[in-house]
Structure formats: structure tokens, C-alpha cells
Design a protein around this ligand. Sequence first.
Ligand code: ZN
Ligand code: ZN
Length: 317
Amino acid sequence: MSLQKIILSGPGQASLINEQTSSSLIPLLDIAACGICATDRKGFLSPPASMRLPLVLGHEFCGTLLSTGKRVAVWPAISCGHCCLCRQGRANLCADIQLFGLHLDGGYQQQFSLPPALADRAIFLEIPSALSWYQASIAEPLACVIHSLDMVKQSPASICIYGAGLMGRLAVRLVQYQWPQCHIEVIDPEPIRQISFGQGLGPEQVELVFLACSSAGAVSAGLQRLQPGGTMLLFSGLDRQHNPLTIDYNRLHRLEQTLHGSYGCLPTDMAKALALMAHHDLEVDDLITNVVDLAQVPKSLLAPNCRDEYKTVITLT
Ligand SMILES: [Zn+2]
Ligand SMILES: [Zn+2]
């Protein structure tokens, strides 16, 4: 049988190919949809050293399990399962983690398969019947936002979110859902994307800062806005050319502020994301602004999102 996939062979070089199914891999899933992430766009233009080329990109995918016919979303990694962090339930921090779309082939293809040694270690989350494939493809990015905001133990009175792309928008909706009293301000270079929710003007200083953009300037600006005792969630990685970043250590020390990293998500976060969407606690339909087929992917990877575009999803059905 011949299957279609997008192969990334070098910086900026992605092409649609037809390939015979490989007898050295175990086919697991007929992929139905896969989101195109900003991380994919970065990896496409300048593949990081850890990326195994040639490679199929994509870590936000869902489809039908060949073994049971169930509709599932895919946790986008395989962790070792036995190191200290894996045993503590922090598999996203496993040093031996293998990420789909980085170390292993991901979701820009019709069928997802794995080498026999890994085939029974992939983690699949069942998709509630109320959800479409497109909605299910948002489970992974939403789970990353859930994972990050879960690090905040008390409901904050105010939050400033830097970056109003998909992640910033999902953060707004999650904050509205779980902390309805919280004043939300969103800062973005596009004035049209800037918003503020809550009574009256936002506070000068905020309890929580959420970084959903890769600008070092936002880190500095966010730290200036952070109140004593406040927390900054380092949700987004920084553009490599923007490093190093200068941070006022003594100010953090004196104001007892916390910089909290957050990276990826856990399978439990994905299960929460699917349930939130299925119960209409959090709507995502208006954020899925572009749908493309596999043949359109190389062009789509080159096009940065416009200000009114949030998520591009590849449809494979
Ligand atoms: Zn992503
Ligand atoms: Zn591990």
C-alpha cells in the first residue's frame, strides 16, 4: 500500500511523497487531522541539531486506531518510563524523551507507525464523541496551556498575557474558565489583538505573567509589570537570536518573585483538554482559521500567521 507524507529533508525543504508502507514499522493510526504549530515552522526553516532528518513533522495529531477503531488524540512523545522524572509523573521532562515531529516521524502523514520496540509505548487519549477531528487536534496545544496554568496554586487577581496568537488566546479562555474574577490583559505587537477583560482599567502591577511569545523584550516588560510575590510562567521558548537575556537577579530576590518554566504537557493534561472542549467549558472553533490538505503544507509552513489567523489544521480524511 502506498501512503502520502510530507518529508522534511533540510532547512526549508519539505515535499509531498508517496511511499510504500515499510515492513520495519508497525502501523498504529490512520491520521485524520494534524495542527501546524509555530514550533513546526521554526523547525522547518532552521532544523535544530536534535532533529532527525529526513523527518515527518507534526506533534498535534489525532486519528483512528487501526487495532480498535477508536478515535484518539496522541500524546506527542515516548518517554523512557523508568527514570526518576518518569516515575514522578513528569514524563515531559524525561532526558530520554523522543518527541514525534522531532526525533520520530510525526503527524504530517496519512498513517502513523512506530518501530516494533516503541509501538506499544505510545499513549493515546480517547476523543469524546462530541468533538470533531479539528477540535481534537487542539487538545495538545490546549493541554500545554493547562499544564502551565496548573503551576499556579492560588487563583490570581490579575494576569498579563504576552502574545495573542493561538496559545495566548487559549490562555485567555482557560483563565476566564478557571478564575472568572481574574482581570486579564493581553499585550501583543498587533494593536488589534490587544485586549483587556475585567472591571475598569487593569492594575499597574499584576500577580501573574504568562509569556506566550518568543520575544526577550516581553520577558523584560513582563518582569517590570510583576508585583512583589508574583509569578512569571515561561511558557514559550525564546528566539535563539534574542538570547542571552539580562535578568535583574537582586530584584527577583528582593521581591520574592518566581520564574516558573513550563514545557509541553502530560497525557493527563490532554485528557483534561479534551473534556473541557467536549463539555463546552472552552470553545476553540473560531481559532481554527485555516484548513489545508497535505499538498498545501509546504506553502503553509512558509506563511507566518496573519493577525486574524490562529491555527492551521491539516485534514487527512
Ligand atoms: Zn505545538
Ligand atoms: Zn524517563
